[in-house]
Design a binder for this molecule. Structure first.
Ligand SMILES: Nc1ncnc2c1ncn2[C@@H]1O[C@H](COP(=O)(O)OP(=O)(O)OP(=O)(O)O)[C@@H](O)[C@H]1O
Length: 273
């Protein structure tokens, strides 16, 4: 594991008018790891991700990428750093095939015509690199794919563009048991291939199955970021619903000395799993 996080947020604030939605948020993501971002409805997960992906500008705080301060003012800034977000609604076009979807807006051309063989080969290589073997033909319309396959294509699309950080927003929310397992395997594989992965999820089973770290937001504050192996399911639920661990004696608790209301119990990465 690299010592420098790929992405590090320090003291991020974000308000909408008089409503402060993110307050002094620290968050870090390592390459080769899955970092789950959890929190109750309205905790600020989407807003945080939108600050990282350039849809919103943070009002205050610092963003570091590979240890260097960067400015992310718009989605193009995020994309040029290799940050890709895969949204729950997938943003795939039903009437286009897999290759067309994966290259939508970034088509390869040879002269004036589309370079279909190159695109098809790149799509095939990307899917093979992720050990995806469930799609029969790359020329299948996306409308004919299952939910899990659609999610797979959406993730592969993000990977195709030399992404370094892939943020997955509830990737299993609409899936059954078998497809969830498939997608979680893929999520793990992304990290094993060296990417930094952020997994937003309400499903604690998914979070514990696949994450290396868990970052917990409560009412716009990061109450803790802990190694998954250092925390229990019940502790995470308590932290995201009450904003504290109730003195449960979390390993690595309260690492950065920030205390706030609700209490902040943030730590950087502890021991490896
Ligand atoms: N554009 C906006 N204008 C005003 N308030 C907003 C805006 N976007 C989000 N909020 C508020 O910010 C808070 C955090 O919302 P956000 O969508 O980031 O939470 P979340 O953790 O992603 O929730 P969920 O799990 O329900 O998607 C909520 O109270 C929400 O109403």
């Amino acid at each position: 594991m690299s010592a420098t996080p790929l992405l590090e947020l320090r003291g991020i604030d974000k308000s909408f008018g008089p409503v402060q939605v993110l307050r002094d948020v620290d968050f870090s993501v390592n390459p080769g790891e899955v970092t789950a971002l959890v929190g109750d409805n309205g905790a600020g997960k989407s807003t945080l991700v939108k600050c990282v992906s350039g849809i919103y500008s943070a009002d205050g705080g610092q963003v570091l990428f590979e240890g260097r301060p960067v400015q992310i003012h718009n989605p193009r800034d995020a994309a040029s750093l290799g940050i890709e977000v895969v949204y729950q609604d997938l943003a795939l076009c039903d009437n286009l095939d897999i290759v067309q979807n994966m290259f939508l807006g970034r088509e390869k051309r040879r002269g004036l015509v589309l370079d279909e063989p190159t695109m098809e080969q790149m799509a095939a290589e990307t899917l093979a690199g992720l050990s995806v073997r469930t799609v029969k033909s790359l020329r299948q319309h996306v409308s004919s794919l299952s939910g899990g396959q659609r999610q797979t294509v959406a993730i592969a699309k993000a990977v195709l563009w030399n992404s370094r950080l892939v943020i997955l927003d509830e990737p299993t929310a609409a899936l059954g048991v078998a497809q969830t397992a498939q997608v979680l395997e893929l999520v793990r594989r992304l990290a094993d291939n060296g990417l930094a992965v952020v997994l937003i999820s309400h499903n604690m089973n998914d979070v514990f199955a696949v994450s290396d770290q868990i970052a917990m937001l409560y009412l716009g504050q990061m109450v803790a970021q802990l190694r998954t192996s250092d925390v229990t399911h019940a502790q995470v639920v308590e932290l995201i619903t009450a904003g504290r661990s109730g003195g449960l004696g979390l390993a690595g608790e309260n690492g950065n000395g920030k205390r706030d209301t609700p209490p902040t119990e943030t730590t950087s990465a502890g021991a490896d799993r």
